[in-house]
Design a protein around this ligand. Structure first.
Ligand code: ADP
Length: 349
């Protein structure tokens, strides 16, 4: 990615700049201290020499000695400067490599987020294009037909309406997903009774439950979880809605909740189609739909529900998993941190 490359380059320069400024300051300080000490030593020696009483004939010798000490000081100073310059050159080279390594490491999470964003956009565009292409080709064929009857036109409009409903469902799913990408608003995190979450979720799914004559078997205690009630209700709605969608009519779905140590365990068990073991590792990925459900035309969906569910669970620092047997049913299990207080009050932030 070009953007990341140039950001890495600029960050490397910044890091290297900081390393070099520190190195130069350190060298300067070292130089000053060492040189001052050496100069002081030389001056002390020169003073001692000047104080030795000598016959006039040896005065020249004294001057030579003083000059030799000055020259020695100059040589040592130059060799010190040379060593410090080599040290700084080595710092520049090694620091350059270290700065580049650090820059790549710093940018890695951003790069990953950008890659994920890119994949998401590509997947979303692909999913949006499918119903649009279907609508377009139907309309084009109808427009070419000179003898299109009113009844045929009505059928076409009906079919278009179905595609539009799919597009609406997809964009609603994408919006829900985007909403949870930004994390939880700390102000809405409270101690929520699981009973309330179950009640609101069941309330929202009354219509499909009645349509499919599905019976609910609910066991829930007084346990509360620390979280955002709306998101947690959404989580149970997604899992319960799937259980309803993938279950045969007149079957029973079990909804359970119980405190277990520092967590609350929630499980949703259906007697539905189950999930192949080969699909299980992928069902929480965005847009993933198990083949079994692809072939079943009547089960509508975009493979977004479970990825949203996973995101909600992650935001609550919980865990989600599934046990499933094809043709027998599935149990989706969620573990959430238990809240310590039985009454509602903000816990984070
Ligand atoms: P969608 O249901 O819209 O396809 P999800 O992300 O909710 O998307 O689910 C992903 C896939 O996981 C589904 O396509 C389906 O194959 C499988 N799945 C989810 N829940 C169940 C369930 N309760 N029973 C059987 N299969 C399920």
């Amino acid at each position: 990615m070009k953007l990341i490359q140039s950001a890495a380059f600029r960050l490397t320069l910044w890091y290297l700049g900081i390393i070099m400024v520190l190195s130069l300051l350190f060298s300067f300080a070292l130089y000053r201290v060492s040189y001052d000490q050496m100069a002081e030593g030389v001056h002390r020696q020169q003073n001692s020499i000047s104080r030795i009483p000598l016959p006039l004939s040896l005065e020249n010798r004294r001057a030579d000695l003083t000059r030799a000490l000055d020259e020695q000081l100059d040589d040592t100073r130059q060799s010190l400067l040379l060593r410090l310059a080599s040290l700084n050159l080595a710092t520049l080279l090694l620091g350059g490599a270290a700065a580049y390594f650090l820059a790549r490491r710093t940018l890695r999470p951003i790069e990953e987020a950008m890659e994920a964003q890119g994949r998401f956009t590509a997947d979303a565009s692909h999913e949006l294009r499918t119903p649009l292409t279907a609508m377009r080709s139907e309309i084009e064929v109808a427009l070419r037909d000179k003898k299109l009857t009113a009844a045929e036109a009505r059928t076409l409009l009906g079919s278009n309406l179905e595609e539009i409903a799919k597009l609406e469902a997809l964009s609603a799913g994408l919006l829900r997903l985007a909403r949870f990408e930004n994390g939880l608003d700390a102000s809405v995190v409270l101690d929520v009774p699981v009973k309330d979450i179950f009640e609101s979720a069941i309330d929202r799914l009354q219509t499909p439950l009645a349509q499919r004559h599905i019976e609910l078997d609910v066991v829930v205690g007084e346990e509360t979880v620390a979280g955002d009630q709306a998101s947690l209700t959404e989580l149970v709605v997604i899992l319960l809605d799937n259980a309803i969608k993938y279950s045969p009519e007149k079957s029973t779905i079990k909804l359970r909740s119980a405190a277990a140590g520092q967590t609350v365990r929630i499980s949703i068990t259906d007697q539905g189609s189950g999930i192949n073991a080969s699909d299980v590792p992928f069902i929480f990925n965005r847009f993933y739909r198990a083949d079994r459900s692809r072939s079943k035309d009547k089960v509508e969906g975009y493979g977004l529900g479970l990825s949203i569910a996973k995101r909600i669970v992650d935001l609550h620092r919980g865990e989600i998993g599934v046990d499933s047997t094809p043709a027998q049913g599935s149990t989706f299990k969620v573990r959430l941190p238990i809240s310590q207080q039985p009454v509602k009050h903000p816990v984070f932030g």
